[in-house]
Design a protein around this ligand. Structure first.
Ligand code: FAD
Length: 596
């Protein structure tokens, strides 16, 4: 019934959309299959893109020719550069988005894309022979042939939704779960699947909020777009930013949560799997920090054409009636009406140690996995993996060499390296501290780092690339003091790049070049300390700059050497740098005592 495709992508979430667009733009005949055409690139949780470290990832996706930055610029309703009072290495763009508009625009990009077809259906199984992919089988019985498959099924594999004591199948609220594909991934492909969980917050009606009691939060006065290709002046003129709002929990909210803990799905013992440590439910926050009563709750509009407001910070698995009570205990929300309740979801993921650094499974040739299925959380982490899985699937179809980004080149390189060398035991999200080369891999220079690669694989259009090349050349010359600003050049021809961007980039380069040298020396020193012995009596709890998570993991596992410590899940390069210094101090003190 169906013709043969060079690549099939399963799933049209943030990972699947990037994968499908990348493959088809590379000239590869691609089919994208998804359970529901109306929920393409749906933001399951917070309607926001970017943030600390995640904003850098979106800029990298954009520089490689991905879609997320472009759509965010069109669907964003509030833009902020986080950490703007600190150094450029940690400047992180973030945008609040119109959730529905984002999905519609991505759907349009997909439908308009040449070489890309889309089908609403459920993939039941993969057709595998001799450890190679031959196609997929739909739940309706038809088969579709291909030699390359990218699986990006997010939270849908045997997804189970929990609302207090109730639970039922679902990949997201009101969306069906993919109940069959897991069996094929385990039985036909030899993959081991485990369970993770995550929660989302209730949404309320803006008309029921008492705005006079809460704090207004504006976007930036001079917002900066995500995409390198967005023309900033026109964009700013047409952008109508909406405010967000801030309120706090109080002792009554905390009491309500404490008194109902046993009713939460998080504590029922039904959802036994791990949730994202850095996106905890209100139940987990109150249990973890019993003395803290004032937790931030950000009120974020869900779109231009809806009254729905997202309660960021109030992730919960409590029953409906308790959610309503705890919302009404919060200042400004005394009469708030809930439109959608929060819930928890548990789903299958595949341990990323089972894939290589090009996101191909080790067991089955030409089977790639990308996104939340690899144990990550977050739209940006998903999109980045989807893009890389799509690029590598496309390169395989074209019989070309695979693409791997190194840790010193991109956050995307850090993400994939961490996943495929350390694995995960709780949902993985990106932080700046995970990137040892963070002074060099900034949001401002994503184009300089990656656009040549994007062009070489066919994802950056020639016209744009020619402008970029002139821009890059000018930045290099100015940074190396070869020329000053040349009056004969018409900088307007460089648009969307500009004279201001050249000035900013050369300025940042000058500030950072010394620090980057020191950073690289330091990293080399740490690499050389791979075999350094960690004393048996070293007390990790005394290292005050370690997070509780780091203290816990190192104390439990007690690695013998620095190298072993660096390979433990969630141990960041910054932890290893600190550990190195503390061990030197520890040994020096011991020797001194011995001499005395
Ligand atoms: C309740 C909830 C709360 C969340 N909270 C947060 C949060 O606080 N912060 C955060 O960063 N992230 C959160 N996330 C995670 C975020 O939604 C994901 O990280 C992101 O959407 C993952 O993208 P993805 O492309 O991997 O998968 P998804 O966006 O889940 O997309 C999966 C796609 O696969 C399709 N699919 C699945 N199985 C099949 C099949 N067999 N056949 C055909 N199509 C199939 C689905 O239809 C869907 O299109 C939350 C998710 C949920 C559900």
């Amino acid at each position: 019934m169906y013709k043969k495709y060079q690549v099939i992508i399963i799933g049209a979430g943030h990972a699947g959309c990037e994968a499908a667009l990348a493959c088809s733009r590379m000239g590869v005949n691609t089919l994208l299959i998804t359970l529901n055409m109306d929920s393409i690139a749906r933001m399951s949780c917070n309607p926001a893109i970017g943030g600390i470290a995640k904003g850098q990832i979106v800029r990298e996706i954009d520089a490689l020719g991905g879609e997320m930055g472009l759509i965010t610029d069109k669907a964003g309703l509030q833009f902020k550069l986080l950490n703007s009072s600190r150094g450029p290495a940690v400047w992180s763009p973030r945008a609040q988005c119109d959730r529905l508009l984002y999905s519609i625009l991505m759907n349009k990009s997909i439908q308009n894309q040449r070489n890309l077809e889309i089908l609403q259906s459920e993939v039941k199984s993969l057709i595998i022979k001799n450890n190679k992919v031959y196609g997929i089988k739909l739940l309706t019985g038809e088969t579709v042939s291909t030699n390359i498959v990218v699986v990006t099924t997010g939270t849908f594999l045997k997804g189970e939704i929990y609302l207090g004591k109730k639970h039922f199948d679902g990949g997201r609220f009101n969306e069906k779960s993919a109940l069959y594909l897991s069996k094929s991934l385990t039985d036909d492909c030899g993959l081991i699947l485990n369970r993770f969980k995550t929660t989302t917050t209730p949404r309320i009606n803006s008309l029921s909020i008492n705005y006079s009691k809460i704090l207004k939060q504006y976007g930036d006065e001079k917002p900066i777009p995500f995409s390198h290709f967005t023309k900033i002046n026109n964009w700013r003129k047409s952008l109508k930013q909406l405010p967000c709002w801030l309120t706090y929990t109080n002792n009554i909210t905390c009491e309500i949560v404490k008194n109902n803990l046993e009713l939460s799905s998080i504590y029922l013992g039904k959802v036994n799997s791990k949730s994202p440590r850095y996106c905890p439910s209100i139940e987990e926050k109150i249990e973890r920090y019993p003395d803290k009563i004032s937790h931030h709750i950000f009120l974020e509009p869900e779109g231009y054409n809806t009254n729905e407001v997202y309660l960021n910070g109030l992730y919960t698995g409590l029953p409906f009636e308790v959610q309503q009570k705890l919302i009404n205990s919060i200042k400004g929300l005394e009469n708030a009406k809930v439109l959608r309740y929060g819930y928890a979801i548990e789903y299958d993921y595949s341990d990323p140690l089972q894939i290589t650094n090009i996101l191909e499974t080790k067991t089955i040739r030409n089977l790639f996995l990308g996104g939340q299925i690899n144990g990550t959380t977050g739209y940006e982490e998903a999109a980045a993996q989807g893009l890389m899985a799509g690029i590598n699937a496309g390169l395989r179809a074209l019989d070309k060499e695979s693409l791997v980004l190194s840790r010193d080149k991109a956050y995307i390189g850090v993400l994939i390296d961490d996943l495929t060398t350390k694995g995960v035991d709780e949902p993985y999200r990106m932080f700046t501290a995970r990137a040892e080369y963070r002074l060099a891999i900034r949001n401002d220079n994503a184009d300089l780092r990656l656009m040549d690669i994007g062009y070489s694989i066919g994802l950056i259009k020639d016209k744009m690339y020619q402008k970029f090349k002139i821009y890059k050349d000018l930045v290099n010359k100015i940074c190396n003091n070869k020329i000053g600003f040349d009056k004969s050049i018409n900088y307007n021809d460089l648009s969307p790049w500009s004279i201001d961007k050249i000035k900013l980039e050369s300025h940042i380069h000058n500030i950072y070049k010394g620090y980057i040298k020191i950073q690289n020396k330091f990293i080399n020193k740490i690499k050389k300390s791979e075999n350094k012995i960690i004393p048996k009596d070293f007390d990790y709890n005394k290292v005050c700059s370690f997070s509780n998570e780091t203290k816990q993991r190192l104390s439990n596992l007690r690695p013998k050497t620095i190298g072993q410590a660096s390979r433990i899940i969630s141990i960041k390069p910054s932890d290893i740098a600190i550990l190195n210094i503390y061990i030197e101090k520890f040994n020096a003190l011991k020797n001194k005592k011995r001499v005395l």
